[in-house]
Design a protein around this ligand. Structure first.
Ligand code: SAM
Ligand code: DTB
Ligand code: SF4
Length: 324
């Protein structure tokens, strides 16, 4: 039941997703316990190193230039500013630092050189370093690997069938091509999606099908609940039901047992008992800090209290373990 498989069928995935929810949770929790320590949760920090003004039209995103949102646009930050934040993130218990830029794709210019410096600096702090910068070529992926990049985040967001209703300025195969370049460069793959976009259950199954039938599963699968932002086309979407998050997380856990399944955007709207259900279903990572990229996230203090209450502890850094 829980061996690593890349030949899942849509029918199998549909059957898992549609199990009675408590049965799904029981099965995913069982897989979770076989492959992970269920008390351990990786704490990650996100930082937007270049905000807003993006030429893409992702209909959920407050950073797309064409939507009128309250996002404060800024150019690429200085290396020092970013490294100071990375250091703070480390001090507050994060072991992974992810830098995001509102770019359609990486260009071979000074900004990219600066991002490579950021990657080197964060790596030198002993943090896992991740970036999310849009589309990448093979050569750019190789350069990031050489700079010490651990992981690259590039979400599929929804199913292939639904993609063009959410984003028209690029295609699903553009997305898959970047994931291929990242994998080829030997960088760990972080790819997941968003629920609450107005997608059907079949779209959720389709996205999980694409992820779980890649030649190698992503090491990291973020499950985001849409944070509706005023000014974006999806501003009026209803709140995601907790049982939908549980089903996505649980199904991802069963399909990709080794992956870190990340309870990502949308936690501000979730209660502690709701988040507990997500951890029970197999989530083993959160983003900490009062901001994601541009939208609010729970305070570090309240997450620490939640961990205490649920008997969870932050995953220790590999660097600490090696030197201990
Ligand atoms: N520009 C790059 C790209 O699109 O890959 C990197 C940054 S982009 C903001 C990273 C991811 O954030 C998106 O793929 C999407 O899954 C997620 N995201 C953006 N806006 C969101 C929102 N309002 N709610 C939930 N997730 C969101
Ligand atoms: C991911 O899947 N979720 C994070 C991270 N990868 C980059 C981003 C969530 C962004 C939520 C909207 C915002 O704060 O701008
Ligand atoms: Fe740009 Fe990324 Fe936002 Fe799409 S999700 S508009 S590519 S920043």
């Amino acid at each position: 039941m829980s061996e690593i498989r890349n030949n899942w069928t849509r029918e199998e995935i549909r059957d898992i997703y549609n199990l009675p929810v408590l049965e799904l949770m029981y099965r995913s929790a069982t897989v979770h316990r076989k492959y992970h320590n269920p008390q351990e949760v990786q704490v990650c920090t996100l930082m937007s190193v270049k905000t807003g003004g993006c030429p893409e039209d992702c209909s959920y995103c407050p950073q797309a230039a064409r939507y009128h949102t309250d996002v404060e646009v800024h150019k690429l930050l200085d290396v020092e500013t970013v490294l100071a934040s990375a250091n703070q993130a480390k001090e507050s218990g994060s072991t992974r630092f992810c830098m995001g830029a509102a770019w359609r794709e990486v260009r071979d210019n000074r900004d990219f050189d600066r991002v490579l410096e950021m990657v080197k600096g964060v790596n030198a702090l002993g943090l896992e370093v991740c970036t999310t910068l849009g589309m990448l070529t093979e050569d750019q992926a190789d350069k990031m690997k050489a700079a010490g990049l651990h992981a690259y985040n590039h979400n599929l967001d929804t199913s292939a069938e639904n993609y063009s209703s959410i984003i028209t300025t690029r295609t699903y195969s553009d997305r898959l091509n970047t994931l291929h370049n990242v994998r080829k460069a030997g960088i760990s793959v972080c790819s997941g999606g968003i629920i609450g976009l107005g997608e059907s259950t079949e779209d959720r199954i389709g996205m999980l099908y694409t992820l779980s039938t890649l030649p190698q599963h992503p090491e990291s699968v973020p499950v985001n609940a849409l944070v509706p932002v005023e000014g974006t086309p999806l501003q009026d979407q209803p709140k995601v039901e907790i049982w939908d998050m549980v089903r996505m997380i649980g199904t991802a856990r069963i399909l990709m047992p080794l992956a870190k399944v990340r309870l990502s955007a949308g936690r501000v709207k979730m209660t502690v008992p709701e988040q507990a259900l997500c951890f029970m279903a197999g989530a083993n990572s959160i983003f900490a800090g009062d901001k994601l990229l541009t939208t609010p996230n729970p305070e570090v203090q309240s997450d620490q209290e939640m961990f205490q209450l649920l008997g969870l502890f932050p995953m220790a850094s590999k660097v600490t373990l090696e030197t201990a």
